[in-house]
Ligand binder design. Structure first.
Ligand code: SF4
Length: 259
């Protein structure tokens, strides 16, 4: 699998276009992506069909030890991150120790970096699991993915390996009662001869319906910025993203475009 993988548990700090000075946490293997989606634009590369057979997750205790050690060292160096961001090589909530690791991270954040926010980037497929949702309710920023208006486009863009439908995801996101940021990535092109475009008027109409139902505190719009595993894809220009953002004017839901 080609693609960009993080080879550390705690990485950075990196200057992020969306999250300022961000200290990243990767709970997933350093040698492969582990995700319930196989997004056509994923910068980590394609999801392996046999990922469940090959994945070797570190025990939560080992991850917690690494996080604690790195936080202590960075504090001594005087680092003040804006964000502690769970991202990395796939979907962070797929680690079974995710809830316990969130508890520890909140405790360490309060001790070492009390002004930092804790952010989780998630693909929204595991919000129906009570322990995952409870953990997400303890952090500052839930940045949750919604890339499509229709079920067809959801399946073509995100290629889920879970039975979760787009309608179920929208229901779950609405259940956050505004305690979330929705991130939506727009693109167009084709994959294996099938057209992919989540910027058509009908896709945008449906996407807007979902956003209005979810009522997030913010919507982040962007296109891909790195090499994609599927090659026949086009970035969406900043101007077009701004036009898409304009659809939410008057809804009371703020929307930011990231180029
Ligand atoms: S959800 Fe994120 S990590 Fe998973 S395939 Fe999509 S872009 Fe990649």
């Amino acid at each position: 699998m080609s693609g960009f993988l993080f080879n550390e548990i705690v990485f950075g700090p990196v200057k992020s276009r969306r999250f300022g000075v961000s200290l990243g946490i990767n709970l997933l293997p350093e040698t492969m992506k582990y995700c319930s989606f196989n997004c056509i634009y994923c910068e980590c590369g394609l999801t392996g069909e046999d990922q469940e057979k090959h994945v070797k997750l570190l025990p939560a205790s080992e991850l917690e030890h690494a996080i604690r050690q790195r936080f202590e060292a960075l504090k001594l160096q005087g680092l003040k991150p804006d964000n502690i961001t769970f991202a990395g090589n796939g979907e962070p909530t797929m680690h079974p120790g995710f809830p316990a690791i969130i508890d520890l991270t909140v405790e360490l954040r309060n001790r070492y970096f009390p002004e930092s926010q804790i952010t989780v980037l998630s693909n929204s497929t595991r919000l129906h699991i009570p322990a995952v949702k409870e953990a997400l309710m303890k952090i500052d920023n839930n940045v949750l993915k919604l890339d499509a208006g229709s079920e067809l486009m959801y399946r073509r863009i995100n290629r889920p390996s879970t039975p979760v439908t787009l309608a179920e995801i929208v229901e779950q996101l609405a259940g956050f009662k505004g305690n979330l940021i929705v991130q939506s990535l727009f693109l167009k092109g084709s994959v294996n001869g099938e057209p992919v475009d989540n910027t058509t008027p009908e896709e945008i109409r449906l996407w807007k319906e979902h956003i209005v139902k979810i009522k997030p505190s913010l919507v982040m719009l962007y296109s891909f910025s790195r090499e994609t595993p599927e090659k026949e894809l086009q970035r969406i220009s900043k101007e077009t993203l701004q036009q898409i953002a304009g659809n939410l004017e008057g809804s009371g839901i703020p929307c930011e475009v990231f180029d």
